[in-house]
Design a protein around this ligand. Sequence first.
Ligand code: NAD
Ligand code: ADE
Length: 413
Amino acid sequence: MDYKIHDIGLAEQGARQLEWSEMHMPALMEMRKDFASRKPLRGLRIAAVLHVTKETGVLARALKDAGAEVFLAGSNPLSTQDDVAAALVKDGISVFAWRGQSDKDYYENMEKVLAAKPDIIMDDGADLHAAIHSKYPDLKIIGGTEETTTGVTRLKALEKSGKLRYPIIAVNNAKTKYLFDNRYGTGQSTIDGILRATNILIAGKCSVVVGYGWVGRGIAMRLRGHGASVIITEVDPFRALEAVMDGFEVMPMEKASEKGDLFITATGNRSVITKEDMLRMKNGAILCNSGHFDIEIDVQALEKEAKAKREIRNNTVEYDINGRKIYLLASGRLVNLGAAEGHPSEVMDLSFCNQALSAVYIAENSNLPPKVYDVFQEIDEKVARQKLLSINIEIDKLTDAQKKYMSEWETGT
Ligand code: NAD
Ligand code: ADE
């Protein structure tokens, strides 16, 4: 079996991490039992580019139990948990990832999972789908999935160009994904990353959240919970209005840049904090990103502008700009995965049930036309119900009279 990881000696520690996640991913564990008896992915090869975390490890084990051969590469140079990678290799999963890999290694590892000639592609950010479409015209893929907002945006552009070659299920667009992973998952894990990197007191800080989408909302909510004042910057008038009515201050970055102690980007867009913004910031301002790629903060401009630079703590780099200090966390990459462990298992339980069931759907419906599909309603609902069941929450059922009332127009005042 081919693999490339940091240290196979970490496998025992990684196995304990996986055990911990399994304890906190009850819905996926229940599905795994069904997969193990039915083997719906028997004989299929899955190439996955995902953050190699303990939660992804549980997903990889579930896919293997379903009968698939799994080839896994990391979806960010900083997010791999080396002990988990080692444990997965011991489980017979081909992993090509280690923490701190270069961009060159990142792309080489992607090539490695494609060399396995996969049938199904699982991606987080769409780099793997993009590589297949630009460099592998002969690879026959049944279909794929995509984990995150940025990946779905890219794939919709590919679909629009008429060049999409296989069906892709946008896992991100399941309600049981974005309402929980993007909001509560990123809300908590972003704060976790900031605290592990800086150990600052959030209470009393003026924080600026860039983007009030699902991720931005979660971060803003949790910052407020810690006692920070929160400013939102937005370009979408509806989301800006929502932020106002949620009780946040909203203003353009030009103004917010002068006020903030802590800046967090969450837009999926490029250069939302520019050189000019950084030049206006206070001495001691802390900058980090929770959007998928490291393009949101203009790190190149920061590097160019700085007279000096030094690592002051793990994942915290100080830049000296004309005597003012600006601090960048996790190199401007996803702070929740670079400086912490990503979302907690309880949330990834939902996201990865969607991934697993979508892969099975693709295996069982191999003639879908090449389009970007939302997760099918029955899968989304199955995941929600399974999760409720696993945490012992019961809900009511519509009565027949209620169903009838909700389906007719005649009855009014
Ligand atoms: P979203 O589309 O719901 O929200 C993005 C928001 O950013 C939108 O409201 C948009 O109007 C706003 N925006 C765009 N350009 C802007 C600008 N120049 N200034 C201010 N606001 C701007 O997307 P989302 O689901 O919240 O995801 C945001 C990013 O986070 C994506 O890159 C996504 O892939 C990533 N993501 C990261 C994690 C993680 O673990 N860190 C988890 C989920 C999603
Ligand atoms: N994305 C955010 N958190 C994650 C996690 N814990 N595992 C995999 N992908 C993630």
